[in-house]
Design a protein around this ligand. Structure first.
Ligand SMILES: [Zn+2]
Length: 74
C-alpha cells in the first residue's frame, strides 16, 4: 500500500476557519456545551463562528443565555 492510498490528499486550499465553522455549526453540540462555557469563551467561539455561519453563532449564544447571569453581554 502506497502513502497516497494510506493518507487522503491534502487539499490545495485548506481554510481552518471554515472547518471550525462546519464542526461547531452543530446545534446539538451547542445545546450540550454552551452552558458549560464561560461568558468570554462563548463570545469568542461565537465571534469566530459568525465569520462563516452567523445563525450557528446566534444558536450558541442563545443556548448560553438560558443559564447566564449576565445575558446582556452576549
Ligand atoms: Zn454569559
Amino acid at each position: 500500500m502506497s502513502a497516497d492510498q494510506m493518507f487522503p490528499p491534502v487539499p490545495a486550499y485548506y481554510d481552518p476557519v471554515t472547518v471550525f465553522a462546519e464542526v461547531f455549526a452543530d446545534t446539538d453540540l451547542a445545546g450540550d456545551l454552551a452552558e458549560a462555557l464561560t461568558c468570554s469563551e462563548v463570545n469568542v467561539l461565537a465571534g469566530l463562528l459568525a465569520c462563516r455561519d452567523p445563525r450557528a453563532a446566534e444558536a450558541w449564544l442563545e443556548e448560553h443565555r438560558q443559564q447566564c447571569p449576565t445575558p446582556h453581554i452576549h
